[in-house]
Ligand binder design. Structure first.
Ligand code: CA
Ligand code: CA
Length: 351
């Protein structure tokens, strides 16, 4: 009887001990689980970033391989999917897109992104320098690229001019310190050159969507000399070329296959010979010839480039996040701008 009672008490003690230990284990697990998840996420973050970094390095290498003094879309840096498309590495995949607009389009279309991904790099000197462009050039560029009413487009051009000019005198339709001081969260107007293009996001009227479009045609790099070999139609027209001449030049540069960024692309060989080289292939009116001669003389048109940009992406195997590294570099490899972002995908990229 005594032994039975003793046994029963011992069993009860063991049960209690098991219950307490189970509770402790559950509490410990609950305490550690978020930390384990955070550690796993951090490991994946690092992996994604390293994958994107591999593409940044590859892009710099491609741009350094550009032969000769002139830079054109026939060079390796301008290659599309073949050079900058998806690369499978042991830890995941990486690729490079030409612009933040290409990234926005990719994310909008994802996971249906089989076609039309703009892989590659952009030549910053094929764009219009926002620190040098006149108000008229900006208005003309915006008319060709932005789906906004004329009034809004012109006011945006005026606001950019006010943002960068050193004075506080309001350009017609523009905005100076008074406007920025009256915002709910006021900030100072730049009143100087934009050091980076994202500075545009502070300018009155600028939205993320408009910025993404404009980042394809505006730059802060270079001395304002647009590379005729790489400039897009809207940039050529913003410089004052009529639509017909701009199309003829862009068509000539696209080469026999009519596509920019392929090996058959035509390249103007030297700045001094630009007008002569155009004249032997496209018939020019006196006005067109004078305009082109003037642009070369005013250092607004050239054939070389030193600055390139892209958006490198990395996704770890089975991951549902994307590391996006926006980067601009100088030929030779010096990184001038770098911005890292982590973006969630609706579903994991398929392995
Ligand atoms: Ca100003
Ligand atoms: Ca071509």
């Amino acid at each position: 009887m005594f032994a039975n009672r003793c046994c029963g008490a011992a069993s009860l003690a063991v049960l209690w001990a098991i219950m307490i230990l189970s509770l402790l284990a559950a509490a410990l697990f609950a305490h550690l689980r978020p930390r384990v998840a955070v550690a796993a996420r951090e490991r994946q973050n690092r992996q994604e970033l390293w994958l994107a970094e591999a593409s940044v390095r590859r892009a710099i290498q491609a741009a350094n391989l550009a032969p000769g003094d002139n830079v054109s879309t026939a060079d390796m840096w301008a290659g599309g999917a073949e050079i900058f498309g998806v690369r499978e590495l042991s830890t995941g995949r990486t690729w490079t897109l030409r612009s933040v607009k290409a990234l926005a389009d990719f994310l909008k279309k994802y996971p249906e992104v089989d076609h039309g991904i703009d892989f590659g790099l952009a030549d910053e000197e094929g764009k219009l320098n926002v620190n040098i462009a006149s108000r008229e050039e900006l208005e003309s560029l915006f008319a060709l690229t932005l789906e906004l009413p004329e009034r809004e487009r012109d006011q945006l051009a005026a606001a950019i001019v006010d943002w960068r000019d050193p004075n506080n005198m309001i350009t017609e339709g523009g905005a100076e310190q008074e406007y920025y001081s009256n915002l709910a969260q006021p900030y100072p107007v730049r009143n100087g050159k934009l050091p980076v293009l994202v500075d545009l996001l502070f300018v009155r009227g600028m939205t993320q969507e408009v910025y993404e479009t404009l980042a394809q045609v505006l730059t802060v790099y270079g001395a304002g000399k647009v590379n005729l070999n790489t400039a897009s139609l809207p940039v050529l027209q913003a410089l004052g070329l009529d639509a017909g001449l701009a199309r003829s030049i862009a068509g000539l540069c696209a080469g026999g296959d009519g596509v920019r960024g392929t090996a058959d692309d035509f390249a103007f060989s030297g700045e001094k010979s630009i007008v002569g080289e155009i004249e032997t292939r496209i018939s020019l009116s006196d006005n067109q010839k004078n305009l082109l001669t003037g642009l070369v003389a005013k250092d607004r048109m050239g054939v070389t480039s030193r600055y390139f940009s892209g958006v490198a992406l990395g996704v770890a195997s089975g991951g549902s996040y994307l590391a996006a590294v926006e980067f601009t570099f100088e030929r030779g490899g010096r990184i001038l701008y770098r911005r890292e972002r982590r973006l969630g995908l609706r579903t994991a990229i398929k392995d």
